[in-house]
Design a protein around this ligand. Sequence first.
Ligand code: F0G
Length: 375
Amino acid sequence: MALFGFNRPEGLKHRRGSRQWRGVIHEYADRLDVSKNTPVVSLGEGGTPLIEAHRLSEMTGLRVFIKFEGMNPTGSFKDRGMTMAVSKAKEHGAKAVICASTGNTSASAAAYAAYGGMTAAVLVPDGKISMGKLSQAVIHNAHVLQVAGNFDDCLDIARDLAENYPVHLVNSVNNDRIEGQKTASFEVIDVLGRAPEYHFLPVGNAGNYTAYHRGYREEAKRGRTSVIPRMFGFQAAGSAPFITGERVKNPDTIATAIRIGNPASWDLALAAREDSNGYFGAIDDQGILAAHKLLAKEVGVFVEPSSAISVAGLMERAEAGVLEKGATAVLTVTGHGLKDPQWALKNADGSDAEPTKVPVDVAQIAEVLGLKAGA
Ligand code: F0G
């Protein structure tokens, strides 16, 4: 396979006992549409931790694992699809890529374009993306355009531009993105030895929902799992077209990553739900923020609010009594908490969480902490 910089730097050999994860294209080249002519544009994405969440297991009676996708190079699962999309764009001779985004896709496109020596243009909804994500697109030198509309408007424009101008679309309507993202299912099976009974994840455009299901189906065909997980996808209540059954004109939620009224992978996702005996549900913003705190406090994993909807969805379905006790559930948490930290600094009542101020004085600090000398 043609190598583009990363991973097997020329003349360097791995030392005995050390093995660096090589990114999803190299790790799964046998299961992706790549050849020796594909210039692999990789930042080492994938290989993310699957963390057993003992507290959530206790609370639900299931065996719960968190797939922590915030550990990807740009802090979200988008990097899996972006390494494929940008590599294939380069293979096809593209010099520029474009995407619409609620923030994570643009951060990822900007970083991978930078590594691949290409130009990135990103269209984001004005005022509705977190500062962390915006800063990533800016520092990676993308053309960042804030459109006076929502994500769905941005995607319409990006598609139009890609059709009529020499610029390659890297949104998940590009199948290369879904192909890269399906590698997360391969990793889950690599660790568990089979697929889980249930898989929970946030839904915006429903590309990731589609990708995981595709990955599991393919692995079943290869004989690597006999279980096909029931796919549980969750949308924010103010932005839930799969629940209302129609496009939401003015989607509204604090979970800006999934503030999408017209999912690009609508038909594919419905087919995946059907095939997996899956489910779509909605969670309101308060429920999302409660799960955001719960995951951080009980499991030690800090995610952005949109990602926490996987946890909220699990709790809701467990309470509804529809999940089999003892079964395995994997929850994908899609983006890192540092992407959008403002929500961590709020108390449950909406007031600002302030650190307690203390003087430079051991005795006083001990008192504030409730510590007694020698005890
Ligand atoms: N979680 C996060 C953190 C996201 O950024 C997204 C999508 C999703 C979940 C939903 O994934 O669209 O495949 O259903 N973010 C896109 C973006 C829209 O532009 O970054 P999906």
